[in-house]
Design a protein around this ligand. Structure first.
Ligand code: ATP
Length: 467
């Protein structure tokens, strides 16, 4: 296998994000908030586009898919039924001196990278006891080189309360995943839609997890957005292996063809028996080679009828489906492809990051569908009224159809460089010649080449290149 490397370092992505308004640190003026980030004017455009493309591909264009928007706060029993209250936990250790907390599995992973051993353990399959044994036997220290306490489980659910009076308030949780809203609405969806198995329900929304691992930028945050699908089917009439493979193909297609990401930094990783949840028959992670290594981008699991049955037990309501032809009553099985929108975002940013050494510039080679601005319009000089007026005319006309950036500051070379870093595919410059020949300079982002286009032909030209 060729030696594939990440496209860039995390530091470079963080610095570009701050410089150009893709991502900011949350509450920066108060010193920041751990594992929390904001999406700036350029970042929010990409995020929205990713979500729209996901919705369009997985929901709008499919006859067998429905959308949903369930709440962040659900009845607390939901999380007892789903198993999150009892076992949604990460293994954690504490530095005995600084009292900083770390994920035990991440410490082991970092230790193994520095001390390669024959037959290393499969970290994902390690139980708490295995981790403790490993950490003690290998005298693993904290990143600050201090002793650590033994591994304990740390629940990731965020607790809150509903109601103003302390004594009358009810404990609630910010949802740890969007999927449970789909399961708990299953009956209503069946009753209010003419659906026939197999069919799926998808939604995009915020989820919350009390993550303690820091330093992975938007990859791992306390608050994040998930795009999850539950695809329901009858295991007696549908072949789950085929459905599972179809969904894997769709996920791959979405990342490589719709988001335009290079497939050399993508791979599938299958969970082995020890890592997989007890109710799951098969689980794969689609991994991307992020600056900090191969990590889960998108998970897909065959969860059988576990979730619906759990909700039946905890709610006392039937969540069975009746086959309209055979009248057979049963609890459907489900395949769940679940992705974090923010992980898609980080992947897209890393994949597009390109240093053009020859021209000493940094270019974000984003697919034009994802670029925050599709076009930028500049008057060559800002203090020449005729140029500015003409450029404004072009800008106003194009803004009706495209997201256009306007820039008149500084020299033209600097304006090009800043649009390259924003990923704007085309820059249009109005110069003195434009006033004579009604033509403008169109500069392409990827190779910095320039051509003159008549204003009369511009619409057709853009429709062609930005199709
Ligand atoms: P990890 O092992 O990286 O913690 P997970 O296996 O717990 O992830 P799932 O519960 O399968 O993740 O959630 C589905 C998807 O949600 C993941 O594939 C990932 O893209 C996203 N996701 C999970 N946790 C976070 C987080 N803290 N920040 C951003 N995205 C997340």
């Amino acid at each position: 296998m060729p030696d594939i490397k990440p496209t860039t370092t995390l530091e470079e992505i963080v610095s570009l994000s701050k410089r150009r308004g893709f991502v900011y640190q949350t509450s920066e003026i108060y010193g920041g908030l751990a594992n929390s980030y904001e999406y700036g004017p350029a970042g929010v455009e990409i995020l929205r586009k990713i979500k729209n493309l996901w919705w369009d591909f997985f929901i709008s264009k499919r006859e067998d898919m429905l959308g949903l928007d369930s709440q962040i706060l659900l009845h607390p029993k939901t999380w007892e039924a789903s198993g999150h209250v009892s076992s949604f936990a990460d293994p954690m250790v504490e530095d005995k001196v600084t009292h900083k907390r770390y994920r035990a599995d991440h410490l082991i992973e970092a230790w193994l990278e520095k001390h390669p051993i024959a037959n290393p353990p499969v970290i994902e399959a390690m139980k708490i006891e295995d981790m403790n044994k490993f950490l003690v036997e290998n005298k693993v220290k904290s990143p600050d080189s201090n002793e650590i306490n033994e591994v304990k489980n740390f629940n990731l659910l965020f607790e809150t309360s509903i109601g103003v009076v302390d004594t009358a308030s009810q404990k609630a949780y910010l949802r740890g995943e969007t999927a449970q809203g789909i399961f708990s609405n299953f009956k209503q969806i069946l009753d209010s839609n003419r659906v026939k198995l197999p069919f799926g329900v998808g939604q995009i929304g915020k989820s919350f997890r009390n993550e303690i691992t820091t330093g992975q930028f938007v990859f791992r945050t306390l608050e994040f957005e998930q795009a999850e699908i539950e695809y329901f089917f009858d295991p007696e009439t549908s072949n789950w292996e085929k459905l599972f493979k179809d969904w894997q193909d769709k996920m791959w297609y979405f990342v490589t063809q719709i988001l335009g990401v290079d497939e050399s930094r993508l791979r599938w990783r299958r969970h082995d028996d020890a890592e997989r949840s007890f109710y799951s028959k098969d689980t794969y992670d689609l991994e991307y080679l992020y600056p900090f290594g191969w990590k889960e981008l998108w998970g897909i699991a065959y969860r059988t009828d576990y979730d619906l049955k759990q909700h039946m037990e905890f709610s006392g309501k039937s969540l069975e489906y009746t086959d309209p032809f055979t009248m057979k009553k049963f609890v459907p099985h489900v395949i769940e492809p679940a992705v974090g929108v923010n992980r898609l975002f980080l992947m897209v940013l890393c994949d597009a990051y390109y240093k053009d050494e020859e021209k000493s510039r940094l270019v974000l080679k984003l697919d034009q569908k994802l670029a925050p601005y599709q076009l930028a319009v500049f008057p060559l000089l800002k203090n020449k009224e005729e140029l500015v007026a003409k450029a404004r005319e072009v800008y106003t006309a194009l803004s009706k159809e495209y997201r256009v950036s306007w820039d008149e500051r500084g020299n033209i070379g600097k304006r090009y460089l800043s649009q390259d870093e924003l990923g704007t595919p085309y820059c249009l410059t109005i110069d003195f010649e434009t006033l004579e020949d009604e033509a403008i300079t169109v500069r392409q982002r990827n190779d910095a080449s320039q051509e003159r286009i008549k204003l009369a032909d511009l619409e057709a030209y853009l429709q062609n290149v930005l199709a």
